[in-house]
Design a binder for this molecule. Structure first.
Ligand code: CU
Length: 343
């Protein structure tokens, strides 16, 4: 009963608050939001769990993670990537990339040797329009050779970016150039196709979106968000970060959002949003003739899905991979977790 009351009070807070801070304050009481999951009897009885961590310690670690997440809201404006500005060379849109060996922190206490395009993981979002002439220039400043593959694009074979099948690898210190005209609109990706199990999971990945020339084929939305999922070398990440260093999606009630999911990792990630369904409108860049509703969207390596989310339900809604070992441990939530805040 008291938990029900807490939830109701929380929803009121999240719905009424003018800023995200109101919702944030409520979210900092995780027992009221996600449900503590333990009865009051459990907390008065033996509270040492099988693993040796007390229930109190476990709860405290969970709470601390959520508080850290809240403290970080708005602190990384580029978490949801904005498109990179091309340089024009006549009528060609030129995108310059530099790949480097870097150190990357998925959260403050998790820093890894990594590989990045333009110093960021994922790399900058590359976005252009169907019919555009495009050149992508990639300078390799890493120790290893590399090459870029444009995943999902209809492209001349010799621009496909696979060493020894369509090109020589771009060696350390060399520059590789790719040139093509954008043909198939949709949600695509770019990534290394050389020693890729190491290079892609280390960070050589990014979203590549081709806008259709005819915008009337697209749903009108208030905002767009792209989830680049990755795993293995840098842990379980959304846009290069692990919870509690991910950022929320913040929407006003009644807004329509487009969410693009892409999986650059080596494992499947069923992304689950609490509170309201999403309509799947596109698979691998191809618009579906019959959209369908889901609350969990299983994104396999290499796949892309676009969904439309009608933000109808006020509150703070957990949004996470439902392979729970990618999202939560005894120490609290981690990895592929964020929230949707509907104000
Ligand atoms: Cu997962």
């Amino acid at each position: 009963m008291s938990e029900q009351l807490g939830r109701r009070r929380f929803l009121k807070l999240a719905g009424i608050s003018a800023g995200s801070l109101g919702a944030a304050a409520a979210l900092s009481q995780p027992g009221k939001i996600f449900g503590a999951g333990t009865s009051s009897d459990a907390s008065t009885g033996s509270n040492v769990l099988q693993t040796g961590t007390s229930a109190e310690d476990m709860d405290a670690m969970h709470e601390a993670g959520v508080k850290t997440f809240l403290g970080n809201v708005g602190k990384e404006p580029d978490f949801w990537r904005k498109p990179m500005e091309p340089v024009m060379d006549g009528d060609v849109k030129v995108f310059n990339l530099v790949c480097q060996d870097i150190q990357w922190s998925t959260s403050p206490d998790m820093t890894f040797p990594a590989m990045a395009y333009n110093g960021m993981i994922p790399g900058p979002e590359i976005r252009f329009t169907e019919g555009d002439k495009v050149r992508i220039v990639m300078k390799n400043e890493m120790k290893q050779s590399t090459a870029i593959h444009f995943h999902g694009l209809l492209i001349p074979n010799d621009q496909d970016g696979v060493p020894y099948i369509t090109q020589k690898p771009v060696k350390s210190g060399e520059t590789g150039t790719y040139e093509f005209t954008a043909r198939n609109p949709g949600t695509h990706m770019y990534h290394s196709h050389h020693n890729s199990a190491e290079q892609v999971t280390s960070g050589l990945l990014g979203s590549l979106i081709i806008e259709p020339k005819d915008k009337s084929t697209q749903p009108v939305v208030d905002a767009e968000y792209t989830f680049v999922l990755n795993d293995t070398t840098l842990g379980f990440t959304i846009n290069g970060r692990q919870f509690p260093n991910t950022q929320p999606i913040i929407a006003q009630k009644g807004q329509k959002l487009r969410i693009r999911y892409m999986n650059e990792g080596l494992m499947i990630h069923p992304m689950h949003l609490h509170g309201m369904p999403q309509s799947v409108i596109s698979k691998d860049g191809n618009m579906l003739t019959t959209p369908y509703l889901v609350d969990t969207i299983c994104v396999a390596p290499g796949e892309r899905y676009d969904t439309i989310l009608d933000a109808t339900e006020p509150g703070v809604w957990a949004f996470h991979c439902h392979i729970l070992t990618h999202a939560e441990s005894q120490h609290g939530m981690f990895g592929m977790v964020t929230v949707l805040i509907v104000k």
